[in-house]
Each structure stands twice: as C-alpha cells, then as structure tokens.
Design a protein around this ligand. Structure first.
Ligand code: COI
Length: 354
C-alpha cells in the first residue's frame, strides 16, 4: 500500500510533565486517513497534520452509528526504542467488528503498515515516563450523506494518537465497581462482541448512576436473565475464587479482549487454573461470604490489569482483599507492563518493534 505523508508546518509543543497526561486529552501532530468508496475499495492512504475533518451533517455515522474502533498502545523502552503489544490482534478484531456492522474490512497487513507509518512520523510523542504510553485509536465510520437505513458506500479509516497515562485516575489503586441490575449493555446476537460506539453509548446512563454512588465503573450482567456476569465496558473482568481464575466465557455479548486473552495464556503458562465459563453474580457473592473470593481484577488495553477493591450488588457491598491489590493481580500487572516496556524478555512472541 502506498502511503502519502504530509508533515505539519506548525508542530505543537509536547507535554512537559508526563506524569499529568491523564487519558485521551492530548493529540499528536499527525493522523492517518484512508477513504473507501464502493467500486474503488480502500484508497488514498495518507498521513496528514492532525486536525478537524469536514463531514456532511447527513453523514450516516451521525444518524445510524455505523462505526467501529480499536485501542492499542505504543510503548517506549529504556533504550529509547518503540514497541507495540500484539497489534495484529487489534486489526484482526477490527475486521470481526467490521463484518458485524457491514463495514468493508481492511487487510491486516495494510492496517499494520498504516500503524507503523503514522507512529514513525509522530514517534517523538511516545512518552518516556514509566506508566505512560501513546494510546492509539484506529476507527472506521460511514460518511455518505444519506438518511435511509442501509450500509454506507463511503467510509473513512483513521488512526489518531494520544500520549496518555493510566486510564483510571487512581492508577493502580483498586477501583470500585457497581453491578448494574436495571439496564443491560448487550444481548447475545447483538453487537456486544464488537468495538462499536453504540455499546459504549448504551453504558453511559449506568455509568452516571454509578458515579453518583461513588463507584467508578459498572459491571454488566447478561441481557436475558441479568444473572450472569459479562464485562465492565472499559475492561473484561476476572475473579480468583479459591485459587482458580474464572472469567465469563465469550458467547457473543462480551468483548474478546486482547489483555484478557494474554492473561489467560500467562496463567496457563504459570500452571494456574484459569477457566472461561458462565459465572453468576450470586456465585461471586457466595464465594465472598465463604471467604473464597481472593481477588477481582479487570483487564483491558487502556486499563491494563486493574484491581477491583469494592463490588456493590444491590445493597451488598463486597470489599475484596482489604481493598488492596492482590498477589496474582500484581504479578500479572508486572509481567504485562514488564513485557510492554521491554523490562522483561518477551517469551510469548507478543511484542512487535516499530
Ligand atoms: C481500550 O481498552 O483500549 C478501550 O478501547 C476501552 C476504552 C473504553 C478506553
């Protein structure tokens, strides 16, 4: 694929204090963009100065939400080099989302080339500070001006990048999670397994309710019986019950997280029993009451591995591990971030150098 590069004449000042980046506020100097038109396919790949884009008010994405996205990071190692964590998995998953939303797929090798090219142009934006990284957001949306409901004929694939710190402002402090019993995020047969904006829009009301009660995130239950645990929305969820790691199985309504998959693979390698199965919120509460709920943590690209300190289900408030990060959670966090920042050797073949 040929990629045209147009560099900015007015580069921005980079953040001075990388400990105060927050998440997703600051954008780099450039972005990647490529057009799709029915009959032409994907064409006109380019890296251009970061900036606003012009869209018709009738652009289909604004009305019917035909949009998908991904999230991955570029990390700077101690020797100054830059690397990615399993980027191929992101672009494979992007095509799975694309298929569900009738968006034209992008060959994985083209998407990887776009990623490497735009990060190379903005490589000085990859933070140098431990815990900070360049968060990368690839996305595709339907742009034709039309108010009928049908798949688009015109799309854009874009990659924007944001130097960021921890997703949760509390960093590695345990997060508190509210179990949603009124609304649902997804149902089997719906779009829960895709990364599409609508899934996140569906979560906002509950997130607001949770914030009012001083909980930072929402844990979703299944959309049919509201009994079985699904995911948190910004991350997948795992429970350590009596020494065994248990996480909801993927059955169409849960996102197939890349960190989730990596954690399961690490547990297997370490000889820790890790099971993907249905798990009800009642089972979690029972394990808590029996003193067998050892640890709870979330996994996600943005969230990495995040300890859960409190879980509230109705009136029941469970404090997990004394609201402190558990041993396995810490080991997983150290191993994942160790590989990502090049501090420990990658014996899993997960790291891809820029
Ligand atoms: C990610 O972990 O990269 C995500 O896309 C989750 C998002 C809500 C920040």
């Amino acid at each position: 694929m040929e990629i045209r590069i147009e560099k900015t004449q007015t580069p921005k000042e980079k953040p001075q204090d990388e400990t105060k980046l927050g998440f997703g506020h600051i954008f780099t100097d450039h972005m990647f963009i490529m057009d799709y038109d029915t009959g032409m396919g994907w064409h006109d790949a380019r890296v251009v100065p970061y900036g606003d884009i012009s869209l018709s008010p009738a652009a289909m994405v604004l009305h019917y939400g035909q949009e998908i996205f991904e999230g991955l990071k570029a990390y700077r190692t101690a020797d100054g080099s830059i690397q990615f964590f399993r980027p191929i998995e992101n672009f494979k998953r992007m095509n799975i989302s694309a298929e569900r939303l009738v968006i034209p797929e992008i060959p994985v090798e083209d998407a990887l080339q776009a990623l490497h090219t735009v990060v190379e142009v903005d490589k000085d934006w990859v933070p140098h500070t431990d815990g900070a990284s360049l968060y990368i957001r690839p996305f595709i949306f339907a742009a034709d001006p039309f108010l009928g409901v049908r798949p688009g004929d015109k799309y854009y694939f874009m990659i924007i990048m944001s130097p960021s710190g921890a997703y949760y402002s509390t960093g590695l402090e345990p997060v508190s999670i509210y179990v949603e019993t009124k609304y649902v995020r997804a149902v089997r047969g719906g779009m829960g397994f895709t990364k599409t904006g609508g899934n996140y829009a569906a979560s906002l009301h509950s997130q607001d309710d949770a914030h009012k009660l001083n909980y930072s995130q929402v844990l979703w239950l299944d959309g049919i019986e509201q009994k079985y645990i699904e995911e948190v929305g910004s991350m997948n969820i795992m429970f350590v019950i009596d020494g065994e790691v248990v996480t909801p199985q993927l059955q169409g309504s849960v996102l197939s997280g890349i960190t989730r998959k990596s954690v399961l693979e690490l547990c297997k390698k370490w000889g820790i029993k890790a099971t993907e199965r249905r798990i009800s919120i009642q089972e979690v509460a029972d394990a808590y009451d029996a003193g067998k709920l050892d640890e709870v943590f979330g996994t996600g690209t943005a969230a990495v591995v995040s300890p859960v300190g409190h879980l509230r289900w109705g009136d029941k408030v469970m404090e997990i591990g004394g609201n402190k990060i558990g041993k396995l959670t810490q080991r997983l966090y150290d191993t994942m971030t160790g590989m990502q920042y090049g501090k420990i050797p990658d014996d899993m073949g997960w790291i891809e150098k820029l």
